[in-house]
Ligand binder design. Sequence first.
Ligand SMILES: NC(=O)c1ccc[n+]([C@@H]2O[C@H](COP(=O)([O-])OP(=O)(O)OC[C@H]3O[C@@H](n4cnc5c(N)ncnc54)[C@H](O)[C@@H]3O)[C@@H](O)[C@H]2O)c1
Ligand SMILES: CCCCC[C@H](O)/C=C/C=C\C/C=C\C/C=C\CCCC(=O)O
Length: 262
Amino acid sequence: MKLDGAVSVVIGGANGIGKSYCESLLEKKCRVLLADIQTEVGQQTSEMLASRYGHDQVTFRKCNGVCEVDIRETLLEAKLRWGRLDIVINHVGILDEGNWKEVMDINIGSAILTAKVTEEILGKNNGGPGGVMVLTASAAAVLPFPLMPIYSTSKAAVVHYVRSLMHPLHYSRHGIRMMTICPSITKTNFINVANDRDKIGVMYEKAKELLKMKEATNSWIQPKWVGDLLIHMLENDEELAGTAGVLNSKTPKYYYKPRGKL
Ligand SMILES: NC(=O)c1ccc[n+]([C@@H]2O[C@H](COP(=O)([O-])OP(=O)(O)OC[C@H]3O[C@@H](n4cnc5c(N)ncnc54)[C@H](O)[C@@H]3O)[C@@H](O)[C@H]2O)c1
Ligand SMILES: CCCCC[C@H](O)/C=C/C=C\C/C=C\C/C=C\CCCC(=O)O
């Protein structure tokens, strides 16, 4: 798709990978509604980006990415402000092996609600133009990940859900090109969860040990690389729709391309 002039919503855009998504989109002259549950940091990030890329290019709105009403109002605000909506990204997720219900609720719930509302607003079956939806899953979604089986399973469900919605039976109805981005461990605030014994659970010691090795070898994924992957997937959306873009190093691999013509 052509990104110059396109309109996007990034839910969870105030920090880390989501912030990198916003910057990468703005670099390509895409307009961005940066949505986040944190008002203060969201506004700060949006203002910083506005001073760099233009005040008409980016704005902030408070949004809980697991709340259907918030997601709907956020998407509608972007459409009303800029007269169109092309790209919907939801980046929300948690890791808490001690609280499986909340992990499932948030990680799968945010995916299901985002797809539902995106289809409602952009779906060809609802008179919309179609568009693109991207969800952040995790590299832990495509292989068993014993360090955190609950998180890993919740993210696998996100990938599987998107693949199912990209089957020709669904795509022919809604016309929205959907994909997931699956980064390996990325240098953001999210990984501080590794210090929380309750949230990591029985693999706490092992996780600490592996993280120490990551630190020693500086082998993190950088948020900028994830932003670069987003742009690559958006610019090649016809070909990559339905795939999971997995980033275990700077070079992505694509999994699960649906069979048949989309
Ligand atoms: N950092 C990693 O190693 C890594 C790897 C793979 C996938 N992920 C996924 O990326 C996401 C976390 O992103 P990050 O690593 O950039 O972390 P981060 O903490 O830097 O950023 C997360 C952003 O999401 C916002 N947010 C959290 N809950 C929200 C909600 N309910 N509604 C709206 N906004 C909300 C936060 O305020 C924050 O701005 C999760 O989905 C996680 O599963 C992270
Ligand atoms: C290989 C999958 C990595 C998935 C990352 C996941 O989405 C986010 C994790 C956030 C915090 C991780 C806390 C502890 C994990 C410790 C080490 C992981 C080492 C993984 C690797 O070998 O690359």
